[in-house]
Design a protein around this ligand. Structure first.
Ligand code: GBH
Length: 488
């Protein structure tokens, strides 16, 4: 039994699959090659260099646009069952609409997908990981109700182009970041603040966009391609700081998880219990004449309800919640407090810190989160679509190894003790990349990338050997000399 583990059986069930993920803006670079259109991250970082910690941007990033062969090789070295990548909307559709499809953009993704398939590696493809074409943003982006149709049209293009080879799709990555983090904080593209309004409108529109894209696949592509479609929600596990805050904690979970899950995954559909009332109250307290939170029509509830083939879960960290004290300063959601519910977020003393402000380690959180999902939405198939840990540079990343060991152990307990049907685990991330506001200062990669080197050389960290060994043994019980294995 590996040191520190208390799960008795360290083997993963037969058929359990391991992957690693990246996202287009974070790795591709080549921001203006050929006829690629400009997206909101291109513009945001060019116009506001100082919002990124090291004043960097994703213009070149890992240059995966040119290094795709090496990326495939790394996925193969690790022995991944599948690779999760995202498509850059403006690289495929320079205007954002399907009046023009970029041949070079399509060629890049065909090369990558064909290369993976040739090595027996499946593709999990995210249709949208935050890089909206600028022309659509200029018309309001995710706050314009037409976005649901624009997204559906884009989805039709990519299902048609790649659906023969891609069997796992994710429509939208982390809508809570697309909506709440964006409009409440202004620190992610497009950098437009709209407190008490933008996030709410966006919340509804991402759900409609996802639903239309799922229904499109279901109706026009499923019988031909036989793939599966969901979305990747960012799930921050929230617990009560003490027993008397249980109700608050449950409402906070409905706010953090339920607003982007209940309409899709619950039996009854629509907004989660208590949320419309809570937000209406918050709006009125702030002086608005009525709630700014949009309602759903009955048709919309039915449009969104049930639009999933599995649950996609990105999970990193946890928080404790308690009532805010009178006059206490509350920062914005997510990764801050929960002002709409007068909730103050804290972390537990025994959760160690990481190198980024929002991330504290709590391995048990991933297990509790999945148990909660099962209790809320029934016995769904869950795929962990992201989980990983930030460090500073260096190849001897023992803290990352401990992270994967402790979180994966909890995944095993979910499966074996809680009977949760979790079938896929995706490490974030295959290689160091542009970590949004943190630029290149913090590293999540199994492979280190040399950003000083024009070739962007990639080198496996110790954690890459560890992860490869887990995959090879299909178990957390890996030989002590796992770094001796050859990655090939
Ligand atoms: C995921 O988000 C993302 O899907 C992935 O792209 C990302 O690289 C990864 O996690 C690690 O962060 O301070 O302005 O930069 C998880 C939630 C969202 C937390 C972005 C950090 C940064 C906002 N992350 N957030 S900013």
């Amino acid at each position: 039994v590996a040191a520190g583990c208390y799960a008795k059986d360290l083997d993963f069930p037969a058929g359990f699959k391991f992957g690693a993920a990246t996202a287009s803006y974070q790795v591709e670079g080549a921001w203006n090659v050929s006829d690629k259109g400009v997206n909101i991250w291109d513009k945001f970082v060019h116009d506001n260099p100082s919002v990124i910690k090291d004043l960097s941007n994703g213009d070149v990033a890992c240059d995966s646009y040119h290094n795709w062969e090496r990326d495939i090789e790394m996925a193969a070295e690790l022995g991944l069952d599948y690779y999760r990548l995202s498509l850059s909307w403006a690289r495929i559709l320079p205007t954002g609409l399907p009046n023009k499809i970029s041949e070079d953009g399509v060629k890049y993704y065909n090369n990558l997908i064909d290369g993976l398939v040739a090595k027996g590696i499946d593709c999990m493809v995210t249709i949208y990981h935050w890089d909206l074409p600028l022309p659509l943003q200029e018309l309001g982006g995710w706050t314009n109700p037409l976005i649901a149709d624009w997204f559906e049209d884009y989805a039709r293009v990519v299902y048609t182009l790649f659906g023969d080879r891609v069997k796992l799709w994710l429509t939208i990555n982390e809508p809570i970041v697309v909506c709440d983090a964006t409009y409440n904080s202004g620190v992610t593209a497009p950098g437009y603040l709209s407190p008490d309004l933008g996030a709410y409108i966006c919340n509804k529109h991402v759900l409609l966009a996802h639903a239309k894209a799922w229904r499109l696949y279901d109706k026009e592509f499923r019988s031909k391609f036989n793939g599966r479609v969901s979305l990747a929600n960012h799930l921050l596990w929230i617990e009560a700081a003490s027993d008397k805050y249980e109700d608050l904690a449950e409402l906070a979970r409905q706010n953090a998880v339920g607003r982007y899950s209940h309409p899709i995954f619950s039996k009854e559909g629509g907004w989660p219990p208590g949320i419309e009332e809570a937000i209406a109250k918050a709006c009125i307290e702030k002086g608005y004449p009525k709630s700014n939170f949009p309602s759903f029509t009955l048709e919309e509830i039915e449009l969104v309800r049930g639009t999933y083939d599995y649950y996609g879960m990105n999970h990193y960290t946890s928080r404790l919640i308690r009532d805010a004290l009178p006059g206490e300063n509350l920062t914005v959601w997510p990764f801050g407090d929960c002002p709409d519910l007068h909730g103050k977020m804290e972390t537990a003393e025994n959760w160690s810190e990481s190198v980024v402000y929002w991330f504290y380690l709590n391995p048990e959180g991933i297990r509790k989160q999945m148990a909660w999902l099962k209790q809320q939405y029934g016995d769904l198939e869950i795929m962990i679509t992201e989980n990983g840990m930030p460090t500073y540079a260096g190849l001897n990343d023992t803290t990352r190894i401990d992270f994967y060991k402790s979180y994966l152990e909890q995944v095993l307990l979910s499966i074996k003790e809680d009977g949760v049907n979790v079938t896929h685990y995706t490490a974030w991330t295959l290689m160091d990349n542009f970590e949004w506001g943190d630029g290149y200062t913090t590293k999540f990669g199994l492979y280190e990338v040399d950003f000083e080197d024009p070739k962007r050389t990639r080198t496996p960290r110790e954690s890459a050997y560890y992860y490869a060994s887990i995959i090879k043994n299909h178990s957390l019980d890996v030989p002590a000399n796992y770094t001796d294995i050859t990655l090939s």
